[in-house]
Design a protein. Sequence first.
Length: 311
Amino acid sequence: MNSEKLNLLWLHGLTCCGNTQSFLCAEEPLLSSFLRKVNLIYHPAISEEEELEVKVRAILNGDIKLDVLVLEGAVPKGESDKTYKLDGMSLSELVLKLSSLADYTVALGNCAVYGNIPALKEKNVSGLQYRFKEKGGILGKDFRSKSGMPVINISGCPAHPEWFIGVILSIASGKRILLDSYGRPKEFYAYYTHDGCMRNQYYEWKVEAESMGTKEGCLFYNFGCRGPMTKSSCNRILWNGVSSKTRSGQPCFGCTEFDFPRANLWETKYNMGIPAELPEGVSLRGYIMVSGIAKTFAPDRLKRRLIDEGE
Ligand code: SF4
């Protein structure tokens, strides 16, 4: 074992493994940087199944130092935990034990952070330190890992590989990681998905998209885009280096927030002609005043289709 590398153990809870898929799509040179700094001592999709038992015993015996514990997926507790038994420990017991030994504990993806889809129908299922917006989760609201940090929450369905790898490289280099009120690294969650969206002009002048998939128009007014209410770097750090939902003509559906998933993802609800949910920080009065003027004076060039005109 290379002692200069971080020992990282990755566990799966109740998960579709989407964050593993996202991680495996990490681009170069990011992935190489990660592998240079990390000793991936166990990953459910990469390692042999029996390796988990071996590595966990070695950690519990003190033969392997656990630097980073990563959990992907929600965790059931109590009698609802029918996931697996490892040396007599259920998943929740294993998570409790390992998180008490790890220098850093990372929740990767919305299920590990908030409980998300697996927690919708099962009240005993939650994320590591949250259940939706309620602080607590499996580890409790006061949990601190050995480094003194609470769970580092990297939300998203899935989370972008660069957000995850960026956090791990920050840990490896000893860089201070600032967290927001949901335990998410500010470096990646201080901004809204709306920030950096190429449709901002259309938003400001209230020019609506005619349909999903087109290049022109804002998706907030007709298609339920949650970019102005969702914290993520999706339009600042592009997916596969080239795109994002709103760049490809699909609305942001708020997958980094505690209330994801919600019903009617692609629909903007209106009350008397005003969107039922306004962008964060925008008052009803301000919206009514500005949007009426914007729509009236929107430049003609924004009302035309530019690329797919005539289709
Ligand atoms: S499409 Fe969504 S993210 Fe883009 S400008 Fe409109 S509201 Fe903002």
